[in-house]
Design a protein around this ligand. Sequence first.
Ligand code: SF4
Ligand code: SF4
Ligand code: SF4
Length: 183
Amino acid sequence: MLTGLILLLGLVLAVAALLLLGFGTKSEGPAEAVARVLEVLPRTQCRKCGYAGCEPYAAALADGRASIERCLPGGEPVAAALAALLGQERPRDIAWHEPPHIVIDENACIGCARCLVVCPVDAILGAPRQLHAILADWCTGCALCVPVCPVDCILAGSALPDRQTWRWPMPRWPGPSLPGQLR
Ligand code: SF4
Ligand code: SF4
Ligand code: SF4
């Protein structure tokens, strides 16, 4: 009788140990699938894919609602990794573009700090009523900061002056008007 009880107890403990060690029939749920896709994405939250961030895009990929070539900053390597992960063909004949170079025109910035709050990677330095600047090494070129600037002083790509278009800013006369001078 005692031997039977010991054997039964041993059997129960063995089954419990197997379940705890994951030898059951548990399959991957939606959250795990999204997490695995998310690991492949750059996670800069730039929204170039057309979704509100990397996680919504990962969710759309995981349940087959999105195509794998939408992550522009990830480019070909990310598309290839997604293809392997999701069992799809690698996208071909896609012209991946370098992200634009973004700078702040320091002569025009009024220090409103609106750009600070929209940058998803904290690449903008500044404080209220102070000149703001962009850390080139951190900036992903997403251009999310460009439309929020009230004085249009955040310049992207072709809007940047080159050797033909750059000019010295017009100097301002600091003192009172000279006789006959137009203000
Ligand atoms: S384009 Fe790529 S990095 Fe940007 S939000 Fe979408 S998934 Fe994230
Ligand atoms: S500085 Fe502007 S362009 Fe660069 S990452 Fe931040 S929001 Fe995007
Ligand atoms: S939004 Fe424009 S004006 Fe305001 S701090 Fe940024 S760069 Fe300067």
